[in-house]
Design a protein around this ligand. Structure first.
Ligand code: KG4
Ligand code: ZN
Length: 364
């Protein structure tokens, strides 16, 4: 479905900038339309991950993240061809607008991207649009050409990342209603915190899913909070407590016993988290009757979650399509920010660079 437009611009090249947490990312997204047909290309996209830096501390250190974004952002912009390079200065890459994540996220980290984008807007006179990071995750699924062919509203999104677990009903581009959310920890946080309790490195989600590959998911009986509750809200903090109690009781005195049980523990934790996410999504779909379901955010990269969701949707919601972002675009990236920026620009939602500021607590 094409995006209706208030702007009479048949083509737009958008520079996307993302610095909300521990990935610095820059993308150029090229949108062009002819009649009712349109094409989206990604001629440039590069992400510099800070995971190896924060791993030393067992989690993201905001001040370190901000300093690393400062160092990375300029080189990424340079490699995107935004500035001329070296003595034989290349003609700068042209772009028509700038899309930058303005929240939610870490205040110091967000500010690096926002200030960089504001400076570029001031110097070039190009329009700037502040993007909600969560809207960026929603747009990540739209980056797949096949998904765009089936992009019919309403769409139900399971948005699961390190800081958010939400069920979002998308009624149109830029029109959302949160119909369910976690009451405490996010799903990614549940993965990261329980993994840390078991001595796994940051970020815990991918490590846990690797360990779980050879484990038995029924080895440990862990709680599935609010699974039986009729509403669409979720809760994961009880799971973290249950894992802490279990680890203290069974494994405190023996590291080798813990090592031996690690695959089973990881498979059991992963099963508890994914059971809740799948159940709540299916319940939301039965209630809100979307045309498609999208799974986005870092946790949606989880293989077990993808497998379980596909089976349930096929069995119980055969008329609903399940759409995913391109692999490698589940976690934070600037391509999704450029795509959400495009949605906003097409609807005429342009911001003033002078007034724009980071908003760490921004809601969808
Ligand atoms: O979307 P994202 O990159 O950042 C936020 O916006 O928070 O998500 C990061 C989260 C982390 O909690 C990480 O552990 C989790 O996504 N994650 C996974 C997997 N890959 C990343 N969780 C479970 N399984 C995975 N394969
Ligand atoms: Zn994210």
């Amino acid at each position: 479905m094409p995006i209706s437009s208030k702007l009479q611009a048949p083509s737009l090249k958008i520079l996307g900038i993302e610095t909300s947490c521990d990935e610095t990312s820059v993308a150029i997204l090229d949108y062009s339309e002819r009649g009712t047909r349109y094409a989206v290309r990604l001629p440039h996209h590069e992400t510099a991950t800070q995971i190896p830096i924060h791993r030393r501390y067992g989690g993201v250190v905001p001040e370190v993240a901000a300093r690393t974004h400062v160092a990375e952002l300029v080189s990424l912009l340079e490699r995107a061809g935004i500035f001329g390079r070296g003595t034989a200065r290349r003609a700068p890459t042209s772009f028509d607008a700038i899309a930058v994540t303005r929240g939610p996220g870490l205040a110091t980290a967000l500010r690096v991207g926002v200030e960089g984008a504001r400076t570029l807007a001031m110097l070039t006179g190009k329009p700037i649009v502040g993007v909600n990071h969560l809207e960026g995750h929603l747009a990540s699924a739209w980056l797949v050409p096949e998904n765009r062919r089936h992009w019919e509203f309403p769409i139900l999104a399971l948005l699961v990342s390190g800081g958010h677990s939400e069920l979002v009903l998308m009624r149109d581009f830029c029109k959302y209603k949160v119909v369910g959310r976690t009451r405490d920890d996010a799903a990614g946080e549940a993965f990261d915190k329980t993994a840390k309790l078991l001595g796994l490195p940051y970020p815990g989600g991918p490590e846990m899913s690797k360990q779980a590959l050879t484990g038995n998911s029924q080895a440990f009986d862990l709680p599935r909070p609010m699974l039986k509750d009729k509403g669409l809200d979720m809760s994961f903090s009880g799971l973290k407590t249950a894992v802490r109690v279990l680890a203290d009781k069974e494994f405190q005195t023996s590291i080798s016993k813990l090592q031996e049980a690690l695959p089973d523990l990881c498979a059991s934790i992963q099963a508890a988290i994914t059971d809740v996410l799948v159940e709540k999504t299916v319940r939301a779909a039965k209630f809100h009757h979307p045309k498609a379901i999208i799974m986005v955010g870092g946790v949606s990269a989880n293989g077990e979650l993808q497998k379980k969701m596909a089976l349930r949707v096929k069995a119980e919601l055969p008329d609903i399509r399940l759409l995913k972002p391109p692999s490698g675009f589940y976690t934070d990236n600037a391509a999704m920010i450029a795509a959400a920026g495009l949605w906003r620009l097409r609807l005429g939602k342009i911001d003033a660079w002078k007034k724009m500021d980071a908003e760490p607590e921004l809601d969808l």
